[in-house]
Design a protein around this ligand. Structure first.
Ligand SMILES: O=P(O)(O)OC[C@H]1O[C@](O)(CO)[C@@H](O)[C@@H]1O
Length: 491
C-alpha cells in the first residue's frame, strides 16, 4: 500500500499489483508526485460527481446538461436508483422463469449486451445451454442476439429454438416457452431492433407450439419523451425494466440492464453490487497509493502521456474472463477516445484498447507485446483460487517433459504462464500490471468492474475530456440512417 511496495491489497483480498509499472525505468514516484495537484482536483471532481451527479462540461446527446449517476447504483439502501424493492422485482422475474420458460434470448448491443455477457460467462459458463434443466436449477437456457446484424447466426438461432420446440413437443403438455428480452437505452438501435423483429415474427408464427413473451429494458421517460421501445412495450403490454437516467450504456451493468440477465440465471445480484459498493467506499480516499481507481487512472495516464504507451492490452487469464476484456474495450474506447477536451480544443486523447486472453494469446499476440513498439501497457487479471481445479496426472511417466508438469494443478500452470509473461515483459521495460481476484465470484467481479468504471471517470478528469459522452459514434449513424432509407426506396 506504499510507494515502496507497489501493490494495493484490499481487505477482501483483491489486489492491484503494479510492480511492473512503477519504479526505476518505469513510472516513478516523482511522475506521480508531479501530478499531485491535478490528482487532488480529479479526486474532488469525482467526489462531487458521487454527491451531486454533476460532471464539468458533460452534456447529453441532445446537448443538454446531464447528470452522471452510475456511482449510485451499488447503493440499495438510499433507494435512489437500485433499491431492495427493485432487486426483489428482478429476482421475482427470474423466479417466474424457473421450470416454466425454456429459453431466453437477450437482444442488445454495446452497453446493452457486453456487461450481460460478462455476468452470463462468469456465472453460467460456456456449457449452460447444453446442461439439463435440473443442472441449471430450473433456470432457462440463455442466448444472446442483436450484438451483430448477422443474418446467418440470427437465422441459426431461430432454427435452433424452433427445432428444440418441435423435438420435445410430443412429451410436453404445454408450449415451448421463450422470453425475448429487448434491451436498448435509446430504444431504436438498428442492430437490436432488426434482429428482435426477425426473431419475434418467426417464433410467434410457431404458436401454439411456441409461446413468446417479451420484456423491454429501456429509458423510463414517459409521455412525449418515450423511446420507441417504451412506446411499443406500452402498446403491446410488455413488462419493462429501466435503463436509469444518468447511466450510460457502458456503466449499465450495475443497473437493471445487466441485472436482468443475472436474474434469469440465478446470479447473486446482491453480492455483485456489494463488491461494487465496497470498491466505491475504498476509492473515497484521496491517497492515490491507497485508492486503486485513482492509482490505475494516474499510472495509465502517465504511461500514455509521458512514456507513449497509448495502447492498453487487457489480458485476463482464463476463458470466461474474455468477455470482461470485451466489456472493458467499450468502457475505455467510448469514455476516453475523444477528439476534443472540455474546452473544445483538439486533443485526440485515448488509449487504443486491445482484447487478449491468457494463455491463448501468448501463442499469438505475445510476440508483438514483447518485441513490437514500446507503445503498450498490458493489464493482466489473475484469479487466485479456481475451486474445481484439475491436477495434471502422471500418465506418461516415461516421457520426461510431460512427467515434469504432472502433479501441478491447471491453475498453477496458468499462474506460472502469467508470471512468466509479466516477468519477460518487465525485463524489457514493457509496462504491465495485474489485478488479482481472490476467486471468480459475483462479489470480486463487482469490485473489478466498478474499479474500472471509476478509473475512467478519474482519467477523464486528468485528461480533461468528457468521459461520459460518445459523439464520435454519431458520425456513421448520420450516414447509415439515410442509406437504409435509400436502399429501401430502390427495392
Ligand atoms: O442501448 P442502446 O441505446 O441500444 O445503445 C447501444 C450502444 O450503442 C452506443 O450508443 C454506441 O452506438 C453505445 O454507447 C451503447 O451502449
Amino acid at each position: 500500500m506504499t510507494k515502496n511496495n507497489p501493490c494495493v491489497i484490499l481487505p477482501s483480498g483483491f489486489q492491484f499489483d503494479y510492480t511492473n509499472l512503477f519504479g526505476e525505468g518505469k513510472i516513478t514516484a516523482r511522475d506521480v508526485g508531479e501530478l499531485s495537484s491535478r490528482l487532488e482536483e480529479a479526486h474532488q471532481a469525482v467526489a462531487r460527481m458521487r454527491l451531486t451527479g454533476e460532471v464539468k462540461g458533460h452534456l447529453s446527446k441532445d446537448g443538454l446538461p446531464e447528470k452522471v449517476l452510475f456511482t449510485r447504483l451499488p447503493d440499495l439502501d438510499s433507494g435512489r436508483i437500485n433499491s431492495r424493492e427493485s432487486l426483489q422485482r428482478l429476482k421475482d422475474f427470474g423466479q417466474s422463469l424457473v421450470n416454466r420458460v425454456d429459453a431466453v434470448i437477450s437482444f442488445g448491443i454495446g452497453g446493452s449486451y457486453l456487461g450481460n455477457k460478462v455476468l452470463f460467462d462468469i456465472h453460467a459458463g460456456e456449457f449452460w445451454n447444453v446442461k439439463t434443466a435440473a443442472e441449471r436449477n430450473g433456470y432457462p437456457k440463455l442466448y444472446f442476439s442483436g450484438n451483430n446484424i448477422d443474418p446467418r447466426r440470427t437465422g441459426e438461432l431461430i432454427s435452433l429454438i424452433q427445432s428444440e420446440a418441435r423435438a420435445g413437443a410430443a412429451d410436453r403438455d404445454q408450449p415451448y416457452r421463450v422470453t425475448l428480452i429487448v434491451i436498448s437505452k435509446s430504444g431504436s438501435t438498428l442492430d437490436t431492433m432488426s434482429t428482435f423483429m426477425v426473431a419475434y415474427q418467426e417464433l410467434k408464427a410457431m404458436a401454439p407450439l411456441i409461446e413468446v413473451q417479451v420484456v423491454a429494458v429501456t429509458d423510463p421517460a414517459a409521455g412525449a419523451d418515450r423511446t420507441l421501445l417504451r412506446k411499443l412495450a406500452d402498446d403491446q403490454g410488455w413488462p419493462c425494466f429501466s435503463v436509469p437516467d444518468g447511466v450510460g450504456g457502458r456503466f449499465s451493468i450495475f443497473s437493471e440492464v445487466g441485472l436482468v440477465t443475472g436474474a434469469c440465471i440465478g446470479f447473486d445480484l446482491e453480492a455483485f453490487l456489494a463488491g461494487a459498493g465496497d470498491m466505491d467506499i475504498l476509492c473515497r480516499t484521496p491517497d492515490v497509493y491507497a485508492n486503486p481507481a485513482m492509482l490505475n487512472a494516474a499510472l495509465k495516464y502517465i504511461a500514455a502521456e509521458k512514456y507513449g504507451r497509448d495502447i492498453e492490452v487487457f489480458m485476463p487469464y482464463g476463458d470466461y474472463l474474455k468477455s470482461v476484456a470485451e466489456w472493458y474495450i467499450q468502457l475505455l474506447a467510448e469514455s476516453l477516445g475523444k477528439r476534443c477536451d472540455r474546452e473544445g480544443r483538439e486533443v485526440f486523447y485515448g488509449r487504443t484498447p486491445v482484447v487478449a486472453v491468457g494463455t491463448t494469446d501468448m501463442h499469438s499476440q505475445t510476440q508483438q507485446h514483447q518485441d513490437g513498439k514500446h507503445d503498450k501497457v498490458l493489464q493482466f487479471v489473475r484469479v487466485a483460487y479456481w475451486g474445481n481445479d484439475p491436477v495434471i496426472p502422471d500418465i506418461f511417466p516415461g516421457v520426461a517433459k510431460l512427467s515434469e508438469i504432472a502433479g501441478l494443478h491447471l491453475g498453477q500452470a496458468l499462474d506460472a504462464a502469467l508470471e512468466s509473461n509479466a516477468a519477460a515483459l518487465a525485463a524489457d521495460h514493457r509496462f504491465n500490471a495485474t489485478f488479482v481476484l481472490p476467486k471468480l465470484d459475483a462479489y470480486h467481479l463487482g469490485e473489478l468492474l466498478y474499479l474500472l468504471a471509476l478509473s475512467v471517470a478519474y482519467e477523464g478528469e486528468l485528461a480533461n475530456v468528457d468521459a461520459f459522452d460518445q459523439p464520435g459514434v454519431e458520425s456513421y449513424k448520420r450516414i447509415l440512417g439515410p442509406r437504409l432509407k435509400e436502399m429501401k426506396m430502390k427495392r
